[in-house]
Write a protein that binds this ligand. Structure first.
Ligand code: PFF
Length: 522
């Protein structure tokens, strides 16, 4: 069989931008502020930074390290990478399936939400929602758009479907151009633009002052205070720690196989230590500085200290797609501000969703020796079909279900497996050497200890706590309303089937490889 040449990154800046692109996403601007506001404000930042230092940063280095190592054996995805690390174990490649399955599950709903941001950029510029001035009408606009109800604004889901199609095609075009020509190029263009958009919005929010002089306490200082003043009593709650750790995983895109795939396109002598840290820093800047300074402070200034609690509890979608358009509507140049906000989310979304797609595409390319175009085509047909579930059954809780299994469960399990593999099976001394090969900085020695003992203990405690507290109610679907339980069950069966299909593909790929190598040896 003719071997294709492996794709690679064009420059160091390129991979840093791509990893930062994967990390900076809807999670930074929507998920983070809501998580922080709901979980103790300033106090949330304590478990958040602890999780960043003990789990996030170590996992980033581990994924860059094992990804580049696996790339040396022409593997870009977790089944092959894990197998390269632990050759004697026949089962470890099946754990690696999570590294394709997890990103795919997230991609199925993430791309759909991303397409709303494109639609709303368009609606902002064309002033489609400009006349709406109250929460419930703006909510109706969103529900109409999502196809959850027919109303004066939307009579069908067709507009949402059209924007989804466009978004999906944009993603596939970027993927079709490969690592260097597609993902790297797109991220190098999108990341600076989205930072500029975000900075403009932050400046606008911070200069809001006191929009209503009859309510002088509804000001920006108190708005920032709402997010940052700590409520330390919440630190005793396991839920807050889980939420903070979950946010670190989600925002950094670590623990799911995506960064591992990106790093596999590095060359052996390329730096991973400093580059990994730079990508983390860019993400944290976008999250803690920019993400935290837009939605919550703006909503506080316009809706006040009482309503803000309900707004934050109404979730990230409401905040992003209902509250923000209402706020922009009260300001001059509302259509431009709306465009900047949703345009920013769209660019942040695309640079993340292509990273979610790449493991599955790379798996088809590497393990079945397909051309990139063929791999992208097969991937496009399969994923497009699956996305319809998220689109048409949004109101039945399917998206939350996918988010739980892909974005929480798979992530924690995969992260635990990869750290144990690297630190214990590969061995921490070898792992340390691997991470420093070609490195432009020395990782502080304490991290050798952290990676070997602390990161996985932290992960195992979280997994254990979660298992004892929530496993039974989740499996028994205790908190699922009766009207949607059929849909949730169907989603679970679908996910199980998807996992099995991927596991069977891994089995077939390995059998083929074995046959090929025995033909060559014979
Ligand atoms: N980090 C992205 C965000 O903050 O929106 C989401 C994400 C992308 C999660 C890629 C996981 C992943 F593998």
């Amino acid at each position: 069989m003719a071997k294709k040449t492996r794709d690679s990154w064009g420059s160091r800046l390129g991979i840093i931008m791509a990893v930062a692109g994967s990390a900076v996403g809807l999670g930074n601007f929507l998920r983070f502020p809501v998580q922080a506001a709901q979980n103790g404000g300033g106090a949330f930042m304590i478990p958040y930074f602890i999780a960043l230092l003990l789990v996030g940063i170590p996992l980033m280095w581990v994924e860059w390290g094992i990804g580049r190592y696996g790339g040396g054996f022409e593997h870009s995805t977790a089944p092959g990478v894990f197998h390269s690390i632990w050759r004697k174990n026949r089962f470890i490649k099946y754990f690696g399936v999570i590294g394709i399955f997890g990103p795919l599950v997230i991609m199925i709903y993430y791309t759909y939400i991303e397409s709303w941001t494109l639609a709303y950029s368009f609606f902002s510029i064309t002033q489609k929602y400009a006349a709406i001035g109250d929460q419930s009408t703006m909510q109706a606009f969103l529900r109409g758009f999502q196809g959850l109800e027919k109303n004066a604004f939307f009579s069908s889901i067709a507009p949402a479907y059209t924007f989804f199609l466009i978004t999906f095609v944009v993603n596939m075009v970027v993927l079709n151009h490969g690592i260097r020509g597609g993902i790297e190029k797109f991220c190098k263009f999108a990341i600076p633009i989205l930072f500029v958009f975000a900075i403009v919005l932050v400046v606008r929010v911070l200069t809001l002052g006191v929009p209503d002089i009859t309510r002088p306490t509804w000001n920006i200082t108190n708005g920032l205070g709402y997010l940052w003043n700590p409520d330390f009593s919440l630190l005793k709650s396991a839920k807050v720690w889980l939420a903070a750790t979950g946010q670190i995983f989600f925002t950094l895109s670590v623990g799911i196989g995506v960064i591992l795939t990106y790093a596999s396109y590095l060359k052996k002598g390329d730096d991973v230590a400093l580059s990994g840290l730079m990508a983390v820093s860019m993400n944290e800047m976008a999250e803690v500085i920019l993400g935290a300074s837009i939605v919550i402070p703006a909503a506080f200034v316009f809706f006040g200290p009482v309503a803000i609690g309900d707004i934050a509890n109404s979730g990230a979608f409401n905040l992003g797609f209902v509250t923000m358009p209402l706020i922009f509507g009260k300001l001059p140049f509302s259509e431009i501000l709306g465009f900047l906000w949703f345009g920013l989310l769209f660019l942040a979304g695309v640079t993340s969703s292509v990273s979610l797609a790449q493991p599955a595409v790379a798996f088809l390319e590497d393990e079945f020796n397909l051309t990139r175009k063929k791999a992208v085509s097969i991937f496009a047909v399969a994923t497009f079909t699956l996305c319809n579930g998220a689109i048409f059954f949004l109101g039945k809780g399917v998206v939350d279900e996918l988010d739980f299994w892909g974005g929480t469960f798979c992530l924690t399990v995969f992260a635990t497996v990869e750290v144990i593999l690297f630190a214990w099976v590969f061995g921490i001394d070898k792992a340390w050497e691997e991470m420093h090969h070609g490195a432009d900085m020395r990782i502080p020695k304490i991290y050798k200890f952290i990676i070997k003992y602390v990161t996985q203990t932290f992960l195992l405690v979280i997994l254990g706590t979660w298992f004892f507290q929530e496993w039974l109610p989740i499996i028994a679907m205790k908190n699922v309303p009766a009207e949607t339980s059929g849909y949730i069950l169907a989603t679970r069966v679908g996910l199980l089937l998807l996992f099995l299909v991927l596991a069977v593909l891994v089995k077939i790929a390995w059998r083929k490889r074995k046959l090929n190598s025995s033909v060559i040896e014979g």
